[in-house]
Design a protein around this ligand. Structure first.
Ligand code: FES
Length: 154
């Protein structure tokens, strides 16, 4: 996956009004949605466009967990390692996913299709063991259900 060019980044930013500090977060969201992450090089262009200092934008970018400055996969696989899931086999779930994707927690597959990010609790303990793939929840996981869920990612 090639990093976006400066003109591609500007193309996204130019869709927003000039000199509006309140647009920093929507611009960051739009860049992340388009490219899967916010390239640090985009801060200068956002700063010029909005009039907000680069340091302040960087602070926003690193404060919110929704943003990432490194490329991630098209599908973010988030198996839960919380207590309810742990007692119902989360370790087996996580190990199976690692083995299927051939990556460790926090890594992305070389084709940028999947990233694996274990989480402390998804808030769906009644589905334990559970995981999310992007915005979709999967529960009562076993190897077959995991394989099916990953196969749905095309
Ligand atoms: S502990 Fe896994 S969803 Fe809550």
């Amino acid at each position: 996956m090639k990093p976006p060019t400066a003109s591609q980044i500007k193309g996204v930013i130019n869709g927003f009004a000039h000199n509006s500090a309140s647009l920093v977060i929507p611009i960051l969201q739009a860049i992340q949605e388009k490219f899967g992450y916010v390239p640090p090089e985009s801060l200068k262009a956002i700063s010029r466009h909005t009039g907000v200092g680069r340091n302040k934008i960087y602070g926003i970018l690193t404060f919110y967990a929704q943003f990432t400055t490194i490329p991630r996969g098209k599908y973010i696989v988030k198996p839960c390692r919380g207590t309810a899931c742990h007692v119902r086999g989360a370790n087996n779930v996580i190990n199976h996913i690692k083995s299927k994707l051939n990556i460790e927690d926090g890594q992305t597959t070389p084709d940028y299709k999947f990233s694996l990010e274990t989480v402390a609790c998804l808030g769906t303990c009644f589905l334990a063991p559970a995981m999310m793939v992007n915005q979709d929840y999967y529960g009562n996981l076993d190897e077959k259900r995991i394989d099916e869920a990953l196969k749905e990612c095309t």
